[in-house]
Design a protein around this ligand. Structure first.
Ligand SMILES: Nc1ncnc2c1ncn2[C@@H]1O[C@H](COP(=O)(O)OP(=O)(O)O)[C@@H](O)[C@H]1O
Ligand SMILES: [Mg+2]
Length: 252
């Protein structure tokens, strides 16, 4: 990998479901460390696009290039091994394990059976240190021994983002991490996202334009599976087509 190599390049990426073009010929480049928001109305294809990047869904057309290597045909775990992490719109935690156990599981691809024998935990000191450090970064240190399902919804979402950090990703995909949070929880989550290590490129799906524009340097607007516009946040905010989609004002 060279220094100016993009973290992610999408070339004419498509995903059709029968006759429905959920993602239709999308081009996108994300630089290392970039903060990039993907916005667009419900059904625009944002989540499907993430599934194509992470490999949960195979593309029906186009190429996905990750840190210079084509990964279009690779399954999710092989893309994860190359530095992609993602969170889902729906929380995916082990509800009956503690916060620390969830984190430990994420930190190593450890067999869950080893973790239920508590003595085994102490024999992985590096992993334990790393798990605790990440939890502390996310303001979750006080909840280490709490069962995940007992956390507030906001803290569960924070834990989910914390888990995605376990593998030291270089490209993080966040699908509406603020969805369903109270105003206070949302502010707290935004503060955490702002502090994420600058070596990580972050793609954020966010329906609130103010939040998206506060977070990102560059913004892609998806509409009916296609890129309506892409650019710096100032250019995108000033685009009359974007204003029409979001505010219903006619394009000039
Ligand atoms: N597995 C699927 N099978 C059929 N249609 C799907 C599937 N997943 C998504 N879609 C459709 O693709 C379009 C884009 O969906 P999605 O990517 O979830 O949009 P967004 O995240 O922007 O709201 C929608 O019309 C949705 O109904
Ligand atoms: Mg979605």
């Amino acid at each position: 990998m060279t220094a100016d190599q993009p973290a992610l390049v999408l070339e004419q990426v498509s995903r059709h479901f029968g006759g429905l073009k959920a993602v239709d010929g999308v081009n996108l480049t994300v630089r290392p460390g970039e903060r990039h928001a993907v916005i667009g109305p419900n059904g625009a294809g944002k989540t499907t696009l993430f599934n194509l990047i992470s490999g949960e869904l195979p593309a029906t057309g186009g190429r996905v290039v990750l840190f210079g290597d084509e990964v279009t045909a690779l399954p999710p775990h092989q893309r994860a091994a190359r530095g992609i992490a993602r969170t889902f719109q729906i929380t995916k935690l082990f509800p009956n394990l503690t916060v620390l156990e969830n984190m430990l599981l994420a930190c190593e691809a450890l067999d869950a059976r080893k973790l239920v024998m508590h003595r085994a935990l102490g024999s992985y000191p590096d992993m334990m240190q790393r798990a605790k450090a990440v939890l502390a970064d996310f303001g979750l240190a006080a909840f280490e021994q709490e069962t995940a399902r007992n956390l507030s919804y906001g803290d569960q979402r924070k834990l989910e983002v914390a888990l995605s950090m376990a593998g030291r990703p270089r490209l993080l995909l966040l699908d509406e991490p603020m969805a369903g949070l109270s105003a206070g929880e949302s502010t707290s989550m935004q503060a955490i996202l702002t502090k994420l290590d600058r070596s990580i490129a972050v793609l954020l799906i966010e329906h609130d334009m103010d939040i998206a524009f506060a977070f990102a340097e560059r913004v892609t607007v998806l509409h009916q599976g296609r890129v309506l516009t892409e650019g710096t946040k100032d250019a995108v905010a000033a685009d009359p087509n974007v204003q029409q989609i979001y505010l219903g004002t006619p394009a000039q």
